[in-house]
Design a protein around this ligand. Structure first.
Ligand code: ZN
Length: 106
């Protein structure tokens, strides 16, 4: 009877290897799930309620907290080394400008 050597299972790779800039990294998700971030985000948008990209086009888009029309965006994405807690790295974006920016980052 042949002795079958039990080989260690080959390391299973993620079937869809993640590109560094594709989607949100785990770090991002960790931050966005924090109540600290929710507070910071609301605070920023209460001070700066207008979407900065719309403003450049002369459109006033109100993204005040509670309106759900916009988000506090990180100018330099966290997964590209941006500081998540630096208010200098925050900007208000409406949902459509934020989606456009996220699309470009991919
Ligand atoms: Zn906008």
């Amino acid at each position: 009877m042949a002795i079958r050597r039990i080989l260690p299972r080959p390391f299973r790779r993620d079937p869809t290897p993640r590109q560094p800039q594709q989607g949100r990294s785990r770090t991002n998700r960790d931050i966005y799930g924090l109540s600290r971030w929710t507070k910071c985000s609301r605070m920023h948008r209460s001070k700066h309620p207008l979407c900065v990209e719309c403003l450049k086009k002369g459109i006033l888009t109100d993204c005040s907290p509670g309106k759900k029309t916009g988000v506090t965006d990180h100018i330099q994405p966290i997964n590209q080394g941006g500081d998540p807690w630096d208010p200098e790295n925050w900007q208000t974006l409406c949902n459509s400008c934020h989606n456009a920016k996220s699309g470009k980052e991919k």
